[in-house]
Write a new protein. Structure first.
Length: 304
């Protein structure tokens, strides 16, 4: 059997005050309750820890040896509990977020800034990653959670829906698409398409085939990053398709962005977490804030 916290606190208080009366007042307990805790400690140890006299309580040799050990254990525990309380109250702590490159240079910094305004003492670390690496960083523990589009994951990774956005077409000013009342996927095929490598194009073609079997896409060039595609569109090497959250980057390159119809395809985004790992209070609060932010902000697509 190990000494209880109450017994350890009783001995430490008695050592500091040298009096049962003062120690009881310090711990906000009755003198008889304090005396009972000391007796229980002595019974458990089988030795005296206090030499009682009529004038004051003096520690025995064993009591003097135990006091600094008990005091350090209590201090460590109190610090740990204070740290947990502080983290729970979001007065400190950190969050590690993994997100794809385009999300990381458009939408996520806005969310972090808004979160920091509410919780200024929580540190948020953003790990900008290739899309296919988001779940891997969550699985390895490099990130508390990830944000990204729909992707095949392992059984250890849980995906929680966050938001859904429609695809848009991006083209330079003065492009023939500018004159069209509405733009369809068939219109996209009339011009060189700069698309993204990997699952971005694969899933887009699959969704298009499921919704509009007669229509397909033939990318003129496939690149790794959307910023590269936008730069190529800016150089008038073709057009591209992306999602509305890239609007600021589209504007930065001086390009036009409009919705695509027939069919109106969308892409869903998720929060990815690891099943076996509980989120910290700070990470939980950031996920809740992110969901709140996504629900409150509708990222509308400019109409030309």
């Amino acid at each position: 059997m190990n000494p209880s916290l109450r017994q350890m606190r009783a001995l430490v208080a008695l050592a500091k005050t040298g009096s049962f009366t003062l120690a009881a007042e310090h711990l906000n307990v009755t003198q008889s309750a304090l005396s009972g805790q000391i007796k229980e400690l002595e019974q458990m140890l089988g030795v005296r820890v206090v030499e009682r006299t009529t004038r004051k309580a003096q520690l025995s040799e064993i009591g003097r040896e135990l006091t600094p050990l008990f005091e350090k254990m209590l201090q460590d525990l109190d610090r740990a509990m204070a740290d947990i309380a502080s983290r729970k109250a979001l007065k400190q702590g950190s969050v590690r977020v993994a997100a794809p490159q385009m999300l990381s240079c458009t939408l996520i910094p806005e969310v972090i800034a808004a979160y920091k305004a509410r919780y200024p003492d929580v540190q948020v670390w953003l790990a900008d990653s290739p899309v296919e690496m988001v779940s891997a960083r969550v699985f390895s523990g490099e990130a508390d959670f990830g944000i990204g589009p729909d992707r095949d994951t392992t059984a250890e990774i849980e995906a929680q829906p966050l938001f859904e956005m429609p695809f848009v077409v991006v083209y330079p000013p003065g492009h023939p698409l500018e004159q069209r009342e509405r733009i369809t996927w068939a219109d996209v095929n009339e011009f060189p398409l700069i698309s993204l490598q990997g699952q971005f194009t694969e899933r887009l073609l699959r969704d298009m085939h499921a919704s509009f079997r007669e229509q397909s896409l033939s990318p003129y060039n496939e690149v790794t990053f959307m910023t590269t595609a936008l730069a190529m569109v800016h150089a008038r090497l073709g057009i591209t398709v992306c999602l509305p959250y890239a609007e600021k980057m589209v504007q930065l390159y001086g390009l036009q962005m409009r919705p695509l119809e027939s069919p109106a395809l969308t892409r869903r985004f998720f929060v990815y977490t690891r099943n076996a790992r509980a989120l910290s209070p700070a990470a939980e609060s950031f996920v809740a804030f992110l969901q709140e932010f996504a629900a409150a902000h509708q990222w509308n697509v400019p109409q030309g």
